[in-house]
Write a protein that binds this ligand. Structure first.
Ligand SMILES: Nc1ncnc2c1ncn2[C@@H]1O[C@H](COP(=O)(O)OP(=O)(O)OP(=O)(O)O)[C@@H](O)[C@H]1O
Length: 624
């Protein structure tokens, strides 16, 4: 789709008002081949209930005012003002959020008249219905504060209010309608959520002639992954409980609104300086209906936090997948490091079995999950959570056991987790306002610190300007997981942690990442199914295999290993065909991000073969 964009002429620091199509195209040489949850199908669930564009359209200072509107049929006329709504900010200064105003009859023409670009109105009309875009020149860009798979996040000042905000700039693949639709789903879902523990979308920035889109959020100083990875920061028990309580409250709310997050992990849990935790990044979220057998893609959730049923290929799942990820985070906070850092899906499954035990014979007999035959171990694995976390307080252990149950049905719900003894036993969760105030500690900050160190080390080793240059280029757009390898992580890994027994320390894999990324033994793989995900600069070297998951893996892998994975992954085409029939994967796309699971294999053999191949590829890459 074309877009008549003139080159940005804005002053330094201002958000670009428009961009040429060519600039993003350079990064997006290869089209995504990945399972993409169908936005359309999700929309069907909600459109109609959402009304005629008359839902929340004015951001008010009072949560309750807008809360009343969420999910309503658009009958809240008090929010239907075509002008400014004034509220009092914390400082008492008048806060003007004037640009998000109501457009009750959001037909495409009207949306265009309101200032939306046609590439957006044509495929994402429902997502922007009733809103008017903010102008780019009403923000001043300050710093880059985050880098996601398909977005860059900036700290900015709202010039109308003086408020500091986060602007998430979304990347698109060639303005491909599919990637626009994908982003539209995130907006659509975010607009329906309003809770103190869920990031609130405050507005959108674009213009009729623009090819870019920014999502406006309140600014959050930290994310949990970054904080946890910061040297010297060790969470106290009341603090862990406080974070967990907020996370579960946010999740309970999302689930009650029929939303699965599907990417719960530390870097998506944002924290402000008042100790508030908010769930962010709804890029993989979807609507679900508990009582309907609705087929969803199983290729969601960052690998380390991915539930076993997803690894086994389940397409009918529910809130339990978010609860699994939550269990991983709880255990991680006690362990001081990620508890199951698998490099591939096979290895992830193996780590899960080793820690949580393998399913019963009964399960294997009955299950119809597509990858069950491949993943069934020859010998059953015993559950070892209690051994592994023997120093964790009993009420915490009980909750970890519950959330990391192999059978999804026994994980309970966010509400049941909130009423567990963990939160009522002493020490009680502290009040968010009692939490320590930290210096900025985003995953992104940790990455920058680490990158700087590496660059200096390279210079000292005399690798010369070429390697330094290459390293810095590669970090311009790392995968999000790339950021997780901060020095704190490395530090925590070597020192171990009182809550996780030493023998359970996850074995490290000394791979030198391609392009000079650091190697700390943790590859933080992710399945990112957003079509725009092909934009990472890491992919520039990746030839024609820019599948999101492979990209994430290869961000920690030499090229040869990445190539190996990509060729093996072609075996996944069969499954892709199946998913596409469910309507959740575009028909012309092949489901290629592969767990290297040959049909009819067995877990142990696959693991051995897998390890051998990776090692071989690594050796080759090193010898180059
Ligand atoms: N509101 C915010 N305030 C401050 N920083 C933020 C905010 N939202 C996001 N960030 C930072 O930007 C990073 C990337 O944002 P986000 O996760 O939304 O992007 P993404 O492209 O969806 O990433 P991912 O690839 O992890 O899915 C976050 O990890 C966080 O550090």
């Amino acid at each position: 789709m074309g877009c008549l964009c003139s080159k940005a002429t804005s002053e330094e620091g201002k958000v670009e008002q428009s961009e040429t199509v060519e600039r993003p195209l350079k990064d997006y040489s290869v089209q995504l081949i990945a399972p993409t949850p169908s936005l359309r199908d999700d929309f069907v669930t909600e459109v109609g209930g959402g009304g005629d564009g008359a839902e929340v359209s004015v951001r008010r200072s009072s949560r309750t005012a807008s809360k009343a509107n969420v999910g309503n049929n658009g009958s809240k006329n008090e929010d239907h003002q075509r002008g400014a709504t004034l509220g009092l900010g914390a400082s008492g200064r008048q806060t003007v959020m004037s640009r998000i105003v109501s457009m009750p009859h959001g037909a495409q023409g009207e949306q265009t008249a309101a200032g939306w670009p046609s590439w957006l109105t044509s495929v994402a009309g429902d997502a922007i219905k009733g809103w008017v875009p903010r102008r780019a020149d009403s923000f001043e860009k300050l710093d880059k504060i985050g880098q996601g798979t398909y977005s860059s996040v900036y700290k900015a000042r709202d010039l109308e209010t003086g408020k500091i905000v986060a602007l998430k700039k979304v990347r698109f693949v060639n303005m491909d309608p599919e990637s626009v639709r994908f982003m539209a789903r995130e907006i659509y879902i975010l607009r329906r959520l309003d809770h103190p523990n869920v990031m609130k979308l405050e507005g959108l920035v674009t213009s009729r002639m623009s090819c870019s889109l920014y999502l406006v959020f309140e600014y959050m100083e930290h994310d949990l992954a970054g904080l946890a990875a910061t040297r010297g920061i060790k969470f106290t028990e009341p603090q862990i409980k406080c974070y967990m309580q907020q996370l579960l409250r946010g999740l309970e709310y999302c689930h009650s609104r029929g939303v699965l997050h599907r990417d719960i992990k530390g870097s998506n849990l944002l924290l402000d300086n008042n100790g508030a935790l908010k769930i962010g990044d709804f890029g993989l979220a979807t609507f679900y209906e508990p009582d309907q057998n609705q087929a969803l893609t199983s290729r969601v959730v960052t690998l380390w936090y991915r539930a076993p049923e997803l690894l086994l290929g389940s397409t009918e799942y529910g809130v339990s997948i978010d609860l699994w990820s939550t269990g991983c985070i709880l255990a991680e906070m006690y362990a001081g490091k990620p508890i199951m850092p698998g490099r591939t899906e096979v290895e992830q499954m193996h780590k899960i079995f080793k820690l949580c035990g393998s399913p019963s014979e009964e399960f294997w007999k009955k299950t119809k999950l597509p990858l069950a035959t491949s993943f069934k171990p020859q010998q059953p694995y015993k559950r070892r959570i209690a051994d592994t976390f023997k120093d964790v307080p009993p009420s915490a252990l009980e909750l970890i056991e519950k959330l990391l149950a192999i059978e999804p049905e026994t994980r309970g719900s966010a509400a049941s987790a909130l009423s567990s003894e963990f939160f009522s036993t002493h020490p009680l969760p502290c009040d968010p306002s009692d939490l320590p105030k930290y210096r900025p500690s985003k995953e992104f900050d940790a990455k920058l610190r680490d990158e700087e160190k590496r660059r200096k080390a390279d210079a000292i080793k005399g690798r010369g300007p070429e390697s330094v240059r290459r390293g810095s280029r590669d970090t311009k757009a790392p995968s999000p997981e790339f950021n997780a390898q901060g020095e704190g992580q490395r530090n925590r890994k070597t020192t171990g942690h009182k809550y996780m027994s030493q023998r359970d320390t996850v074995s490290s894999f000394a791979m030198e990442p391609h392009g000079g990324a650091r190697s700390n033994g943790y590859s933080h793989c992710s399945t990112m199914v957003h079509p725009s995900a092909v934009g990472s600069s890491l992919n520039k070297t990746a030839g024609s295999t820019n599948r999101p998951e492979l990209r994430s893996q290869r961000s920690h892998m030499p090229q040869a290993a990445a190539d190996l994975l990509s060729s093996s992954s072609k075996k996944k085409e069969t499954l892709a065909g199946k998913e596409s029939r469910t309507g959740y994967v575009p028909k012309n796309r092949i489901h290629c991000s592969g767990p290297l699971v040959p049909p009819g294999g067995n877990l142990e053999d696959m693991l051995k073969e897998h390890e051998r191949q990776i090692q071989q590829a690594v050796r080759k890459a090193r010898a180059r």
